[in-house]
Design a protein around this ligand. Sequence first.
Ligand code: HEC
Length: 121
Amino acid sequence: MIRSSTRAKREHMKKILSVIMLVIVTFAFASSALAADTAKGAKVFTANCAACHLGGRNVIVATKTLKKDALEKNNINSLAAIMTQVQNGKNAMPAFKSRLNDQQIEDVATYVLEQAEKDWS
Ligand code: HEC
């Protein structure tokens, strides 16, 4: 009787531990898969954006740079706003939703915001 209740407790502990492990693994995986990756964002930028936005400038519309003051003035100073513009394009800027996936768009938008904070230096 004592032995079986000890065993039952042990089984119970095992279950709790495996649930805890599962939660940890799930979170670790989810956060690494979802977190925007600015190193990847930099590569996306070089391949897709730098032709028009090298160094955060804008070779087509000089006032619409990717610098912090311009992003603020033009109301594009958030991850969501940059992602929307990259997805759909705007005027002379092409849309990228058929060329880049959501993760790449989030990565490049994160990179742009990060560079804007550092004034692209
Ligand atoms: C062919 C040139 C071109 C390419 C390539 C391009 N853009 Fe643009 N981008 C523009 C133009 C032109 C504008 C100004 C749009 C407008 O009229 O508001 C702009 C505006 C922006 C703005 C808003 C800037 C502001 O101050 O209003 C962001 C952010 C931006 N681009 C990000 C990107 C990113 C990220 C990429 C790459 C995925 C990219 N662009 C690729 C031409 C380009």
